[in-house]
Design a protein around this ligand. Structure first.
Ligand code: F6R
Length: 613
C-alpha cells in the first residue's frame, strides 16, 4: 500500500528518493517523508498530503547526505498527518524507519516499550519498530542484529527499512509475509531499495526480489541476503526489460487516459509470440501446461479482487464455453473462508495487476495448502504472485500507474481466451475448424480496439452531459454482465458517483424500482447472444422514464431508435466483445471524473496495491 525507496551510495540520496517516490505515489498519497544520514546526524522531512508537499518542503529546507529512505503513505493506523508520516525516528534520533504493512501486536509492544520509558510521538504501529531496534542497539547489538531481533518480534505482514547514524554505510530491510514487494536494485558503487520496480528503473535494471521472511543488508558495494532466522540465501539476479519512459504521462492529462489508449499496444503485445495464426494454435510456455495436465483438470477456481475479479468473471464464460471445464470465480478475500473444494485436479488461477494484493496471495496460499495447481495472470514482473505460481501468463501491458485499472483489465481477458483455446486443444475437445476460427478472431483485436478508441470525442460529449448525475445503473447480460460491474466500479472509484452493476435480467426482481428520470441506465447491448434480451431491457427502462445510454454495435438502428445516447463499438465476434465494450465505459468514467475536476489518477481513499488484508 505504501511506497518505499532507499538509496546507499556516493550521491545525495534525496533527489533519487523523491524521484523514486514519484513513481510509487500510486501506492499511497496521504503523506510522505524522507530521512537521510548527514554526517553524524539523521535529518528528516515529512509532510501531510501528496508528495508535491514534501517536494516543496525539501526545496525550502534542503537535505544532504546518504544513505536515505523515503516513504509515501496509505494510512492504516493513525490519521494522515505530519506526526504519523514516515520516516519515524527513535527517541535517540540515531535510528529511523519506513514501513509498509501492519504490526499486528503493536499495542502489546507499545505498552511494553512505554513502561520502559520510551516516548511515542505518533499514533502509528510503525513507531514500535524503530523503538525496538533502538532498544536492541542500546544493548550493544549492531544495526543488522538489532533489526533481525526486531523483525522476529513483530507479528503480521510487514516490509521494514531501517538506517542508523551509527552505521551510516548501510540500509537494512526485510519482507515478512505478503505486505508488498521489496526490490533491491544493483548499481555501480551504489544500490537501491524500493517497493516496486518503476521507482529504480532510471538507475538500474538489475534487481533482486526479497521473498517472505528474508532480510537484506545493503551497502554501496554489497547486498547480503539471509532469512530473518539467519539462514543462507542465494539470491537470483533478474534483468528487467521495460523502461522508465513508459511510466511517464507523455502527452496525456492523466495516466488513466494514457493507459486507456495504451491498450492497443498492450493487446498487440499480449498476442505477440503466443498466437500462431498460420497453425491456428496458442502457445503459452510460461504456463507449463502439458496435454496430461490439461486432461487431469476437473475444476478451475479463478480468484482475484476488484477489477481483476471482473476480468475473471469473463474468463469463466470463455473457459466454460470453449474448454468445457467448470469454473468458479471467488473473490480472493472470501476464498479462504469459503472452504473451497480443492484437490490436486483443481487449478487455482489468480489474476492480479500488482501480483502483490494480500488477499489474492492468501487465496493462492490456501490453494497451495489444499494441493491445487497454482496459476496466475500477473502484470508486475517478478511479483510474489508470479513467483509462487506453478505456471503463469504475464500480462504484456507495461507498468500501470493510474489507480483505476484499465489495461490490466483487458489484457487478462485476452489471456483467458487464449488459455481456454489451449486447454480445449490439449484436452481434445475443440475441432480444428473451430480452433482455427477462434484463433483467427484474435487477429482483429488491435484494430477493433483502435477503432473504438477513435470515438473518444463522442464519449467525452456524453460525459459532459452526464457529469452531474447522482447515480447510474449499469446493466449487462451473459458475457457482458461483468462489464456492467466493471463499468460501474470505474465510475464510482474515480468520480465518486454511486453506480451499480447489475445482471439485466435481475432488474425486474427489485432494482427496477430505482428507475425514474433521475436515474440514468447504462445498457450493454452489443451484437451478442443476449442482444434481444437487452433490447427489451432498454424498453423497460424507457417505459419508466429512465435515460438510457447504450453501448451498441455500429449500424444497430434498433438501439439507436430507443436510447438517449449511444456509444458505438465496431462489429466484434461475441466472445471477444467484452474486450471492446469496456473501452467506452473506461472513457466515460474518465471524462466524467476529469470534467468534475477530480484527481483521476489518485482518487481519495484508494491505493494501487492493496497489501493489507
Ligand atoms: C479498480 C482496481 C482494483 C484492483 C484490485 C486488485 O480499478 O484497480 O479493484 O483491480 O485492487 O488489484 P490487483 O489486480 O493488483 O490484484
Amino acid at each position: 500500500m505504501c511506497g518505499i525507496v532507499g538509496y546507499v551510495g556516493a550521491r545525495d540520496a534525496t533527489p533519487i528518493i523523491l524521484g523514486g517516490l514519484k513513481r510509487l505515489e500510486y501506492r499511497g498519497y496521504d503523506s510522505a517523508g524522507v530521512a537521510v544520514v548527514n554526517g553524524n546526524q539523521i535529518e528528516v522531512r515529512r509532510d501531510a498530503g501528496k508528495l508535491s508537499q514534501l517536494v516543496d518542503l525539501v526545496s525550502k529546507s534542503p537535505l544532504k547526505g546518504a544513505p536515505g529512505i523515503g516513504h509515501t503513505r496509505w494510512a492504516t493506523h493513525g490519521a494522515p498527518s505530519v506526526k504519523n508520516a514516515h520516516p519515524h525516528l527513535g527517541n535517540s534520533g540515531r535510528v529511523v524507519v519506513v514501513h509498509n504493512g501492519i504490526v499486528e501486536n503493536f499495542l502489546e509492544l507499545r505498552e511494553e516499550l512505554t513502561s520502559e520509558g520510551v516516548t511515542f510521538n505518533s499514533d502509528t504501529d510503525t513507531e514500535t519498530i524503530v523503538h525496538l531496534a533502538e532498544h536492541h542497539m542500546a544493548g550493544g547489538l549492531s544495526l543488522e542484529e538489532a533489526a533481525r531481533r526486531t523483525f522476529n518480534q513483530i507479528d503480521g505482514a510487514n516490509v521494514v527499512v531501517l538506517i542508523s547514524a551509527d552505521e551510516p554505510d548501510k540500509i537494512v530491510t526485510a519482507r515478512i509475509g505478503n505486505a508488498g514487494g521489496v526490490v533491491i536494485g544493483l548499481g555501480e558503487g551504489e544500490n537501491f531499495i524500493a517497493s516496486d520496480i518503476p521507482a529504480i528503473l532510471d538507475h538500474t535494471r538489475k534487481v533482486i526480489f526479497l521473498e517472505s521472511r528474508q532480510m537484506a543488508v545493503v551497502t554501496k558495494d554489497s547486498v547480503r541476503i539471509e532469512t530473518i532466522d539467519g539462514g543462507e540465501v542465494k539470491p537470483e539476479i533478474h534483468t528487467i526489460s521495460y523502461d522508465a519512459v513508459s511510466a511517464e504521462k507523455g502527452e496525456y492529462r492523466h495516466f488513466m487516459q494514457k493507459e486507456i489508449h495504451e491498450q492497443v499496444r498492450a493487446l498487440t503485445d499480449t498476442l505477440a509470440g503466443r498466437v500462431d495464426f498460420q497453425e491456428g494454435r496458442i502457445r503459452l510456455p510460461e504456463l507449463k501446461l502439458t496435454p496430461e495436465l490439461a486432461k487431469r483438470i476437473q475444476r478451475i477456481y479463478i480468484t482475484a479482487c476488484g477489477t481483476a475479479a471482473y476480468a475473471g468473471m469473463v474468463g469463466k464464460y470463455l473457459i466454460e464455453k470453449i474448454a468445457r471445464i467448470p469454473v468458479e470465480v471467488v473473490i480472493a478475500s472470501e476464498f479462504r473462508y469459503s472452504d473451497p473444494i480443492v484437490d490436486e485436479n483443481t487449478v487455482v488461477l489468480a489474476i492480479s495487476q500488482s501480483g502483490e494484493t494480500a488477499d489474492t496471495l492468501a487465496a493462492m496460499e490456501e490453494g497451495r495448502r489444499k494441493g491445487a495447481i497454482i496459476w496466475s495472470i500477473v502484470n508486475a514482473v517478478g511479483s510474489q504472485a508470479m513467483r509462487v505460481s506453478d505456471g503463469s501468463i504475464s500480462m504484456q501491458t507495461g507498468p500501470e500507474i493510474g489507480v483505476a485499472s484499465t489495461k490490466a483489465f483487458t489484457a487478462p481477458l485476452v489471456d483467458q481466451y487464449m488459455l481456454a483455446i489451449l486447454l480445449a486443444d490439449m484436452r481434445g475437445t475443440l475441432d480444428e475448424t473451430n480452433r482455427r476460427e477462434l484463433v483467427a478472431d484474435l487477429r482483429l483485436i488491435p484494430d477493433l480496439a483502435g477503432r473504438v478508441l477513435d470515438r473518444e470525442p463522442e464519449v467525452e460529449k456524453i460525459a459532459h452531459e452526464l457529469k452531474d448525475i447522482k447515480g447510474c445503473l449499469y446493466l449487462g447480460r451473459g458475457i457482458n454482465m461483468p462489464i456492467a460491474y466493471e463499468g460501474a466500479l470505474k465510475l464510482k472509484e474515480i468520480s465518486y458517483i454511486h453506480a451499480e452493476g447489475y445482471p439485466a435480467g435481475e432488474m425486474k426482481h427489485g432494482p427496477i424500482a430505482l428507475i425514474d428520470e433521475e436515474m440514468p441506465v447504462l445498457c450493454l447491448a452489443p451484437q451478442d447472444p443476449w442482444h434481444e434480451k437487452m433490447i427489451s431491457q432498454i424498453q423497460q427502462a424507457k417505459a419508466r422514464g429512465g435515460m438510457v445510454i447504450a453501448v451498441a454495435t455500429e449500424g444497430d438502428e434498433l438501439v439507436a431508435g430507443m436510447a438517449d445516447h449511444v456509444m458505438w463499438i465496431p462489429k466484434t465476434p461475441w466472445m471477444l466483445s467484452p474486450i471492446i465494450t469496456v473501452f467506452p465505459l473506461q472513457m466515460l468514467a474518465y471524462h466524467i471524473a476529469a470534467t468534475r475536476g477530480l484527481d483521476v489518477d489518485q482518487p481519495r481513499n484508494l491505493a494501487k496495491s492493496v497489501t493489507v488484508e
